[in-house]
Design a protein around this ligand. Structure first.
Ligand SMILES: Nc1nc2c(ncn2[C@@H]2O[C@H](COP(=O)(O)OP(=O)(O)OP(=O)(O)O)[C@@H](O)[C@H]2O)c(=O)[nH]1
Ligand SMILES: [Zn+2]
Length: 340
């Protein structure tokens, strides 16, 4: 672990966690945050404590009941055994590749999700919309970060396009290479704040991470690169300290994160379309040429655009594909999108 962290608040401890701990538990246990997950071990930090412990929970219940990065655990003050995981504010998870476990846990308790896109030809409204759906589904506050403003004459046009996606959405324009510019994000990266980044390749995520980590980026890499035996270390997932005092969840799994089982998130971002589908005469309406189709009627009136409808269809289709690839299939009571 790169930094000694003295207080729970620094580590991201919030009232939502303290209210979960009973007086009795408080006597016997101490809360710690999972800072890194290694093979078979987890690095935890708490009040005056940094330790590598076993992630085992004796009465573990189900797939999600194992520690992941960002989790708050209660561990026995003497034995350091994990007693339980405190209820998560949010959890990034996805269907596991390959065999064995069907769900991979990526990170927990993230305060802010930076959705990164660049002010150039790669800028894509549907892609941003997809990430926003994801943020809703996970239950994390999104902030859209538009990079490469130094390479365009009109960054405001990109900001406006992003702002239109969701009322009240925070959108920030940055030059990811310039610390003064990235300082706009400082408010989200202060003591006790946990952030994560998402965005497609080349938009400037690594650049942003390096700028946010400031002096820490070079230093810790030198420490981490080689372990005592001269091999590269095998840390799987880890939180990194930011210059402003906060924490960054940066893992390959996080960056590649996709919509998975996001039906309810899609329904929220496209609540107008979902409301319309309920008005269609037939419950299994395909919204093509069926009589009494409210979607077609809205398009004829000009209150719904074809591009927005198509974005909803595409996202819904992607959601169904990903959901069906989960080993544990859930029966969906009401799907979204085109059905036959
Ligand atoms: N001029 C300018 N260049 C930038 C900015 N942000 C990123 N770049 C450059 O864009 C290129 C891609 O940036 P990366 O940080 O590697 O992008 P990434 O999102 O991490 O890409 P992946 O690692 O493929 O996911 C690099 O050459 C950066 O220096 C910016 O705000 N302004
Ligand atoms: Zn219809």
């Amino acid at each position: 672990m790169e930094v000694n962290v003295p207080t729970l608040a620094d580590l991201g401890w919030k009232p939502v966690f303290s209210t979960q701990v009973s007086a009795e538990e408080d006597q016997q246990c101490q809360p710690v945050r999972v800072m890194a997950v290694h093979r078979g071990m987890i690095a935890v930090a708490g009040e005056g404590l940094e330790a590598m412990i076993s992630p085992r929970i004796s009465n573990s219940q189900g797939e999600e009941d194992r520690p992941t990065v960002g989790d708050w655990l209660l561990i026995d003050r003497d034995s350091q055994e994990v007693m339980r995981i405190l209820t998560r504010v949010n959890l990034f998870k996805r269907p596991a590749p390959g065999h064995g476990r069907s769900i991979q846990l990526i990170a927990a308790n993230v305060d802010t999700l930076f959705i990164v896109a660049s002010c150039n030809q790669d800028f894509s409204v549907p892609r941003l919309e997809r990430y926003l759906v994801l943020a809703r589904e996970v239950g994390v506050t999104p902030v859209v970060v538009l990079t490469k403003i130094d390479l365009t004459n009109d960054p405001e046009a990109f900001r406006e396009a992003a702002c239109e996606l969701q009322p009240g959405l925070q959108v920030e324009l940055v030059n990811a290479r310039d610390p003064a510019s990235v300082a706009r994000l400082a408010g989200r990266c202060g003591l006790g704040e946990t952030v994560a980044l998402l965005g497609s390749s080349g938009v400037g995520k690594s650049t942003l991470v390096n700028t946010l980590r400031g002096s820490d980026s070079i230093l810790t890499q030198a420490v981490r690169e080689i372990d005592g035996k001269g091999r590269h270390t095998t840390t799987v997932r880890e939180m990194h300290r930011l210059d402003q005092g906060g924490w960054l969840m940066d893992t390959p799994g996080m960056r590649e994160f996709q919509i998975s089982d996001a039906t309810s998130g899609i329904a929220e971002v496209f609540d107008d379309i979902v409301a319309l589908t309920l008005e269609c005469r037939f419950t299994n309406c395909g919204h093509e040429a069926e009589p009494g189709c409210a979607i077609q009627a809205a398009m004829a009136q000009g209150t719904l655009t074809l591009t927005r409808l198509e974005r909803w269809r595409k996202l819904s289709a992607e959601d169904i594909v990903n959901t069906d690839s989960l080993a544990e299939r859930r029966s969906r009571t009401r799907g979204a999108g085109k059905r036959k």
